[in-house]
Design a protein around this ligand. Sequence first.
Ligand code: SAM
Length: 304
Amino acid sequence: MQNKNTPWQSYWKDTSFDTFGARFSDENPIAGVLAKEISSINFLNSTPQSLLDLGCGRGEHFRWLRHVFPSLEGKTLKITGVDAAVPDTKIDANTQIYTDNFESLINTRRSQEAFDIVFALFAAEYGNGRKLVRALNNVAKKSMDCLFLMHTPDSVISAKSKISLNFYELLLDKATTTALRILKKSHDIKAFEMYVLGKINSIVNLNRPELMEDMQLVVQRLQQLFSAVDLRKKVAHAHALIEYFEQLKMHVLRLEQQLKAAKNSDSLVDELVKQNYEIKVDKCLQNQFGEVGRLLHFVLVPRI
Ligand SMILES: C[S@@+](CC[C@H](N)C(=O)[O-])C[C@H]1O[C@@H](n2cnc3c(N)ncnc32)[C@H](O)[C@@H]1O
């Protein structure tokens, strides 16, 4: 059975489908607007020493986090990232990633760290709100500022996900599944190439310009994969094509998860209200492209 973390495991392994990656900096249209909001928030501790990052991925935004949460002079902000789909990684003396589920935080608890800030970038809404609040309580050694930017149904990211999903549903239909099955058995790359060309033409003929961005990415990659066919390495070549289509299927699962998660932020906020947590900020962030997501700031005072 498909594990719900599998699409993310492949994402962080592939490196080819990165949300922000190395491009995550103040120039990034989301990072910029988020950094501005963070600079206007009054945190319990204005020079935090320890930060917990929920659903951190490979932590490509850690450098940026250290920039927006300046710590005491001469000290480096300690960052503990958790992600169910990333292997345990000690990056340096101040930076550790744990393979952990943020709805339980079992591994993270072993670190005995006293976190000042809990941060989540497009991650908290993927979990169950009630379990997440309970897990944070279990890990809290003192009051912690929690700051989550969450996907929303009307954001520019959700709009893009819907278009991408449309494209991939057309590309990866039943006929493609059959063509891949035949390729796996026959290793007949030419026949598969003819099939894919026909499929791409049929999508182009739909005359839907919004689908062309995803189409171009796929066509570029397929051109690489179909070119330089070495007939002596037909089997390896067929496997590379099959693997690429597997990656695309994982991408579809991530898009579906993202759109589902975008509807989930209300349940986390409802849980916090039910448990009488004080919500300090709950607002929609906008940038030049439109709605970016929902920013939530609350203080988690540990409860026994
Ligand atoms: C949309 S990605 C965001 C990653 C990163 N914060 C970023 O912005 O680039 C969501 C991440 O949350 C992780 N995730 C989702 N649900 C989780 C859970 N319950 N426990 C731990 N990690 C989870 C996924 O594995 C994935 O890496």
